[in-house]
Ligand binder design. Structure first.
Ligand code: IMP
Length: 206
């Protein structure tokens, strides 16, 4: 059976890799916008994850007329009132660690947020959204080599390990996303959660 082809509206190599890893076993063929011959960069002028995800997906859909998914995502840090959030792509780990250098361990909670926008076309454009979040805490220094972006400074909080409070959690050994295998990160990440919901909705007749 032919796999359904979906274009990933992103030039971010790390994101594209994760989309492919996540969608292949679910029976979808994900190809990047550059593999589809679309070499544009869409300005992220929105002030929400949804607006930016829609800008990216619609722009690529207009060029290809094929089903497209985009992802706008970011890291929201409680001690920074949700920053860098929707502007995460403008900063890096050094900036974050500097901003967080005086914040104690029990105040370093944060979450990755992902909004996936799906645009398909059976004559007219339909736009749908799914969301995923993943809780964690900001490390005091970079840990690990895997992944991309903020992965080395994001300590994953595994609620299945009986998490009660940041203080309880602090006393345990935690891995950063960059220390986890791709499969382990995808199983719990904001993007993995959103994508699994996306596939469920698609199969439910979206
Ligand atoms: P945007 O969605 O293109 O605005 O970029 C989001 C930015 O958030 C990326 O450039 C990364 O810095 C960061 N980011 C989003 N998801 C992840 C992730 O899974 N790991 C690490 N950083 C991420």
């Amino acid at each position: 059976m032919n796999k359904m082809k979906i274009i990933i509206a992103s030039n971010n190599v790390g994101k594209v890799r994760e989309f492919k890893q996540l969608l292949a076993p679910l029976g979808y063929e994900a190809i990047s916008q550059s593999e589809a011959g679309v070499c544009i960069s869409v300005a992220e002028t929105g002030d929400t994850f949804e607006k930016n995800a829609a800008l990216k997906a619609r722009a690529i859909y207009k060029k290809t007329g094929l089903p497209v998914i985009s992802d706008d995502s970011g890291l929201c840090v409680d001690a920074l009132d949700g920053e860098p959030g929707v502007y995460s792509a403008n900063y890096d780990n050094a900036w974050l660690l500097e901003r967080m250098k005086d914040v104690p361990a029990d105040k370093r909670t944060a979450r990755f947020v992902c909004c996936i926008c799906y645009v398909n076309g059976d004559g007219k454009e339909h736009t749908k959204f799914v969301h995923g979040e993943c809780e964690g805490q900001i490390a005091f220094s970079e840990q690990g080599e895997n992944g991309f972006g903020y992965d080395p400074v994001f300590l994953y909080l595994d609620s299945r390990q009986g998490f009660k409070s940041p203080v309880h959690w602090q006393s345990q050994q935690h891995q950063s996303f960059a220390e986890m295998s791709a499969d382990d990160k995808n199983a719990v990440s904001h993007r993995g959660k959103a994508l699994r919901e996306f596939v469920q909705k698609l199969e439910g007749g979206w």
